[in-house]
Write a protein that binds this ligand. Structure first.
Ligand code: G4P
Ligand code: NA
Ligand code: NA
Length: 194
């Protein structure tokens, strides 16, 4: 997706060899025009999959997910990372370990909003090790919903998430794929010549 790739090139800041800072358009300030394009692109890629719900995790997944759900004409649900006072009973819970943060979080979704038979599209801003996406997939599968696929805004292809999710049978569709952040430079997957 050219608009997104240009944004990453002009505004992305490489931290170390592993982390891309994109707080000017995705993780802090958000670019609504870009998010609308991101939503249209996911909707186009997953059209015909019979999606009934878009599922993400707070907080940075919410913007791309809501734009996707608007375009598909279905509700969007975000998993919570912190227990809500009003969300006590009838919740779906999964543990998600973050290698980046070295901590385990419990993510929760109310059983009211995910139903057996739902066809779920998972959306997230970043894919690194895949733990968040696996957790969201387990949440959907707990209730007997099926996962149609996983749409990622920025995939770090040098980390194992995309491969592991693919091996587990999930369709992963990423709008940009980063092969490397070595030497302070963003290299996209299709720029790597083998
Ligand atoms: P994983 O789910 O793929 O295993 O990823 P991981 O645990 O490593 O990610 C932990 C947090 O760090 C997630 O955000 C994820 O989006 C973010 N993250 C991972 N790699 C990068 C990166 O290169 N750049 C940026 N900007 N973020 C990255 P989170 O803690 O859930 O925060 P939020 O922004 O959604 O609130
Ligand atoms: Na994030
Ligand atoms: Na996220």
């Amino acid at each position: 997706m050219k608009l997104l790739r240009d944004k990453v090139m002009t505004e992305g800041i490489v931290l170390g060899n592993q982390v891309l800072k994109v707080d000017s358009f995705l993780n802090h300030q958000m670019d609504p025009v870009l998010m609308r394009e991101v939503g249209s692109e996911f909707a186009r890629r997953f059209a015909g999959e019979g999606i009934t719900k878009v599922l993400t995790i707070e907080s940075s997944g919410i913007a791309p997910a809501i734009m996707t759900s608007l375009e598909l004409g279905v509700p969007m649900i975000f998993a919570r990372k912190h227990k809500s006072l009003t969300l006590k009973d009838d919740i779906l819970v999964e543990k998600v370990y973050s290698f980046t943060k070295r901590e385990t979080n419990e993510i929760t979704v109310s059983k009211k909003f995910l139903l057996p038979g739902d066809r779920v599209l998972i959306i997230d801003d970043f894919l690194a090790n895949g733990e968040a996406a696996f957790g969201l997939a387990r949440i959907a599968e707990q209730v007997g919903a099926s996962v149609a696929g996983i749409g990622i805004v920025i995939e770090k292809s040098f980390q194992p998430g995309a491969r592991l999710l693919g091996e587990a049978g999930y369709r992963v569709d990423s709008l940009v794929r980063i092969a490397s952040l070595e030497n302070g430079t963003v290299t996209f997957v299709d720029e790597v010549h083998e």
